[in-house]
Design a binder for this molecule. Structure first.
Ligand code: IDP
Ligand code: MG
Length: 141
């Protein structure tokens, strides 16, 4: 089942020079392809919309600050079961709990700076792709 998912390489990934490393893992998966991509410092309103479900949580304010602290790479990836697949490739939220071999498990230590965001369902993917690529050419068809 071909799908599209929204991926963010967070500011820590860009600052640490790990963009190529993470992109190469995505590109190496058979049949997956990057269909939109942009380097961009995310503004407050984009982040508020994206992370609306977490408003009020104790980690929300520092998360917003971190996510606005430098450029991120936003991309849309298309391919077979890509929503579940990029979540697996990323690993669980806490990088210390994430297995070696996953992006978070290989490169992260603290929960906030966990390198990558990936949509967690078809509904989230559709919603999030529209936030970052409103022009429509990357939208789920
Ligand atoms: P996810 O990115 O694995 O889907 P979510 O629970 O949706 O995780 O949380 C969104 C982001 O908020 C995480 O990727 C991480 O950067 C940050 N975050 C989540 N929980 C915590 C926490 O307990 N402390 C600090 N940051 C957190
Ligand atoms: Mg999430």
């Amino acid at each position: 089942m071909s799908q599209r998912t929204l991926v963010l390489l967070k500011p820590d990934t860009v600052r640490r020079g790990l963009v190529g490393e993470v992109l190469s893992r995505i590109e190496a998966k058979a049949g997956w392809s990057i269909v939109a991509m942009e380097l961009r410092t995310l503004d407050r309103s984009t982040l508020e919309t994206h992370y609306a479900e977490h408003e009020g949580r104790p980690f929300y304010a520092p998360l917003m600050e971190f996510m606005a602290s430098g450029p991120s790479v936003a991309l849309v990836v298309e391919g077979e079961r890509v929503i579940e697949g990029v979540r697996t490739l990323a690993g669980p939220t806490d990088p210390i709990a994430a297995a070696p071999g996953s992006v978070r498990g290989d490169f992260g230590t603290i929960v906030r700076e966990n390198l990558i965001h990936a949509s967690d369902s078809e509904e989230s993917a559709e919603r999030e792709i529209k936030i970052f690529f409103p022009e429509g050419d990357a939208a789920v068809s």
